[in-house]
Design a binder for this molecule. Sequence first.
Ligand SMILES: Nc1ncnc2c1ncn2[C@@H]1O[C@H](COP(=O)(O)OP(=O)(O)O)[C@@H](O)[C@H]1O
Ligand SMILES: [Mg+2]
Length: 325
Amino acid sequence: MLTLHRCCKTFKVGAFGGTDLPAVRDVSFDVHTGEVVSLIGESGSGKTTIGKMILRLSPITSGTITFDGLDIATVRKRHQLKAYYRNVQGVFQDPFSSYNPIFKADRVFTTIKDEYFPGLSRSEWAGKVEASLDDVALNPSHVLHKYPHQLSGGQLQRLLIARALLLDIKFLVADEIISMLDASTRIDVLNLLGELKARGLGILFITHDLSLANYISERAVILYRGRVVERGATEKVFGNPVHPYTRMLLASVPQLQRRWEEVEQELEAPDPEEFEGRVSENGEGAPLVEVEDDHFVAVPSVDELVRTGQAVAAPDGRAPAPPRP
Ligand SMILES: Nc1ncnc2c1ncn2[C@@H]1O[C@H](COP(=O)(O)OP(=O)(O)O)[C@@H](O)[C@H]1O
Ligand SMILES: [Mg+2]
């Protein structure tokens, strides 16, 4: 459904925009219908930038993103964007920042009505809103006609998801939507995502929390400094991590409930040389090699994998190395 092909994003920073900051480098992956893909990486690794490119909030420097076969860079005119956002929506980390404190929280619904359903009667619209609140397990009397400060983070977050559901979207970018919630609401929102997936939504679940990724996603993409270092079926990436960065991440999570920040604080700062050396020897990205079915790892060469005993070389020396029996 959604495909990223060799996407790059370079920000111009510094005085007069003279310095290039490569935030996303040569990223490719896809998300299918009814599937949750986790995008995992530490702070600053480019996760939000990828989410924003998918949502057309930030232009792609190079590469393509296609949604149901449509190159989203061609979506420019107002009516095209409107059609795109009917299918693709995002919910971001801090729910409070998505609300204007001086307006009631359900104003976020009104803007959808004005834009997409101007013809609906009051009662038709009320019915639709109620159905979508029901989808996210919110009681209308608890959340309608309330100001943002009267609601909890979990309620505001679920309101934003309900808003996205009013449009019958096919794809949701969920950028760290769980991190800010307290433990009791986290599981509710997580279960909600599980239900949406079961209804056929594709979800890009952006997180720095390995346990959440492990819990919710079919496939995982590990980002390091804007590059994919490993990706594939979650149970393969988590169960048989090959890239040293992924291994380090997983080794440092003895209990899956622990949060990334806690773990990071205890770790020595990772040595970028070690991972960058693996990722890039000459400034170019290392190719992703398929080490087993649906499991790709960035390594400088197949020889490297063979040397470390993680793959056997294909006879012609070109094809991806099959896994060791
Ligand atoms: N609008 C911007 N202008 C310049 N640099 C940016 C901008 N947005 C993000 N960056 C930089 O791009 C990198 C990736 O940021 P981001 O995508 O927010 O990472 P993450 O979501 O993984 O924490 C960071 O170095 C960040 O400082
Ligand atoms: Mg972010």
